[in-house]
Write a protein that binds this ligand. Sequence first.
Ligand code: UDP
Ligand code: MG
Length: 330
Amino acid sequence: MVNLTDNRVSIVIPCYNEEAVIAESIRRLLCVCEGGGLVNVELIFVDDGSRDRTRELLRGFADKDSRIKVIGFARNFGHQIAVTAGIDAARGDAVVLIDADLQDPPEVILEMIEKWREGYDVVYGTRTERPGESAFKLATARGFYRVLNKLSDIPIPLDTGDFRLLSRAVADVLRAMPERDRFLRGMVSWVGFRQIALPYKRAERYAGESKYPLRKMLPFAIDGILSFSTKPLQVSIGLGMISATIALIGIVYAIALRLFTNIWVEGWTALMIAVLFLGGAQLLSVGIVGEYIGRIYNEMKQRPMYVADEYIGFTKKEPTFSRTSERMVP
Ligand code: UDP
Ligand code: MG
């Protein structure tokens, strides 16, 4: 077994209404750390504006154990932003991202650390099994990753979540990436360095229910695609070409009939179809362009990415607002 005592490891755990799992999650994580000889470890819990007793419980644990630190958000900012805040605050030589619900087995962290000690900068977990998830979620997730890879210029590994280990170098690059619409698993692929997959069996949620209903999954998927590809912008060119070709065929056909026969094209059906098709194509194209413009607007506002109203257990006083533009200057 490698000596792990001298490396500092940060574990980032985003929590949103996780009162039912927090205690067990902490128990399992600390158990793994102690079993694996990780002495120099910090558990950074990011409370993403929970409305249950999550914050209160976390405060209690942080008071008793100096390894436990808490960042409390002023409202719910979403999982990706919560993880970002954790990475910003982490001081470890390695930063591990893991969900609070124990779907990602904490024991796998030790395997990740071993790979990191071998020299890898990113060790990402790939799910070989996902018990307890609906067939719908599995099918949409599978379809999504395939579409994303078709569209994106950088390959993003299939069937990976955010359960992963990042070296200090990668964490620093991520900290310097200012985009507000964050799709971390894509951003980590973009960074490069030495990356390796680590297959693991995903468990069922320990308690509580998924905080990622379809209503949140869909914007997340759109974020993923729009942040990593400008190909959707070309959809309008494709649609335009298709409709122009159809129109051209129609025109030639109508003229030919008029000139060479004594019947001619009549009826409003063809007209309606053409109008509806063109209208649809135009709306779709404008919508896609609008999505990108909305994103430009969002970035341009330069708002802080998150607002934290509480930092517990950090030695240096952390700024209440993080990721304002001046922090981006190295
Ligand atoms: N989460 C969060 N903010 C949110 C939604 C989720 O911090 O707005 C956390 C949640 O507490 C959990 C992790 O992100 O630790 C993954 O969420 P969940 O398990 O509900 O998603 P699923 O595994 O069903 O995709
Ligand atoms: Mg989960």
